[in-house]
Design a protein around this ligand. Structure first.
Ligand code: SDX
Length: 435
């Protein structure tokens, strides 16, 4: 049997052969090229068939080798490595190198990579003045979006997106500076002076330093919390063509610089259906208030009144493997911080939902956002910082998708078509006689 479709257009009786192509896993990535439909016409001057797929429910926008997700099994791999193995055996900076370069680093490569990131953490002092323009209670995601976009004005060389060396420097800058911007945004919101980067500390240790350093001469991060945050960053580093990765690729496809593209991706991530869900999960658990109230809350969610935040996923129709790891991680955190009372509510919510037909039929399982918020709260992060904590590691995935898009010979400026359903042509009626 040939790898092709034979399509008969019943309007004309004509037949067409459409080739079927495959990705790495043929059973999960067989595809036809949408453009092959354009030859199907009823007349020579016909535009030809479009494929119509609102929200890309069944459309591959690109070929990618970065992340593989198998939704029915709940599998997640970065560059072929299982998330479980990376979370338990690697570090965030090592995983960041893997995602960006395609291979795990040698010790020398990792040392060089760590040196580059460590020595790009400082922000131009003008950024502090820029940040002062935000209200004291500005949401840190809004500050992050605005500030990372503003960074593009400090690095005009970032517009040289075809230059390998320029791309490499911008990647170092963004991976290194996002935590500094995030921590400065937090300090701004509580009226505290900024704590500057400490090059002696790890990536996550330095972030905790910039967030929580007070009057001590040298901040000492709690090693357990430093490690837990490192694992959290590994789990959030990339997730193939999610909403914010799509925003990154689309904006950068116009050859904008990576700073404004990361700002656009961060803006997409901030929505409550995406990275903003972790903040909403915590507020939901606080609103439920007690495990005895969970059953009523689930009943209201089933009525469609609202959604269980942290549940469901476009791709995973099984337990999100990241949620499974986070559930284990929560125990490690609570041994240090003391148990978070919201955990009991979350566990009861998960128990009830996983038994309820409404959720079982729709294959709604806890996703990455369900447990991350409880952990972040126990670690002392304010709730509105949760989506920011998602954006920091995801910057690595966005940049890997960005580079892959630029190097892909099939990619050009993203410009979808539409199915027009508006008015046919009509003439303008003069205002004086209108109505
Ligand atoms: C992330 O794409 C990614 O990879 C994202 C992410 C990443 O790492 O980048 O994994 C991170 O964004 C995780 C998702 C975080 N968002 C939430 O937790 C918000 C709550 N979840 C949903 O809004 C929803 O599940 C989505 C947005 C995650 C997925 O939505 P889909 O695939 O478009 O599914 P849908 O909205 O069409 O829902 C299908 C059905 C509907 O019911 P019916 O119309 O068939 O009766 O399931 C219902 C929905 O009403 N449903 C829910 C629900 N999610 C879907 N009902 C109650 N609670 C929910 N959470």
């Amino acid at each position: 049997m040939a790898d092709s479709l034979t399509i008969t257009d019943n309007r004309t009786g004509k037949q067409y052969e459409i080739p079927i192509e495959y990705g790495t896993y043929p059973k999960r990535s067989a595809f036809v090229r949408a453009f092959d439909l354009r030859q199907i016409k009823v007349a020579d001057d016909d535009f030809g068939l479009l494929s119509y797929d609102p929200s890309f429910m069944n459309t591959a926008s690109c070929r990618s080798a970065v992340t593989f997700i198998e939704g029915d099994e709940g599998t997640l791999r970065y560059r072929g490595y299982a998330i479980e193995e990376l979370a338990h055996k690697s570090s965030f900076l090592e995983v960041a190198y893997l995602i960006l370069h395609g291979e795990l680093p040698t010790p020398a490569q990792l040392e060089e990579w760590r040196w580059q990131i460590t020595h790009h953490t400082i922000l131009h002092e003008n950024i502090k003045t820029f940040m002062e323009g935000f209200r004291y209670d500005a949401h840190p995601m809004g500050i992050l979006v605005g500030t990372v976009a503003a960074l593009s004005t400090f690095y005009p060389d970032a517009k040289n997106i075809t230059d390998v060396r320029s791309r490499s420097i911008q990647i170092h800058r963004l991976v290194a500076k996002m935590p500094t911007i995030a921590a400065f945004a937090y300090r701004h919101s509580i009226g505290m002076p900024y704590a500057y980067p400490d090059n002696d500390l790890s990536y996550t240790g330095n972030f905790l330093n910039m967030m929580y350093k007070m009057t001590e001469l040298k901040y000492q991060p709690d090693p357990v919390l430093e490690h837990v945050l490192d694992v959290l960053f590994i789990l959030h580093a990339d997730h193939e063509q999610n909403c914010s990765a799509n925003a990154m690729r689309s904006v950068a496809s116009s050859h904008s610089d990576p700073f404004v593209a990361v700002a656009a991706a961060t803006a997409a991530l901030s929505g409550p259906l995406h990275g903003g869900a972790n903040e909403r999960v915590l507020r939901m658990l606080q609103e439920i208030g007690h495990k005895d109230q969970v059953a009523d809350y689930v009943k209201q969610a089933k009525s469609g009144e609202y959604r269980l935040m942290g549940f469901g996923h476009r791709v995973y129709k099984n337990y999100d493997p990241r949620a499974r790891i986070l559930k284990e991680l929560a125990q490690q955190v609570f041994e240090v911080t003391g148990k978070n009372p919201l955990l009991d509510i979350a566990l009861e919510l998960e128990r009830i939902a996983l038994e309820d037909d409404y959720f079982v039929e729709r294959k709604l399982y806890p996703n990455v956002d369900f447990y991350s918020g409880i952990i972040y709260q126990a670690m002392g992060f304010p709730t509105d910082m949760f989506p920011v904590l998602f954006a920091l590691p995801r910057t690595v995935g966005w940049l890997a998708q960005w580079q892959e898009m630029l190097k892909d010979p099939e990619q050009k400026i993203a410009r979808p078509r539409q199915v027009y359903t508006g008015e046919s042509e009509r003439s303008l009626v003069p205002l004086e006689v209108r109505g």
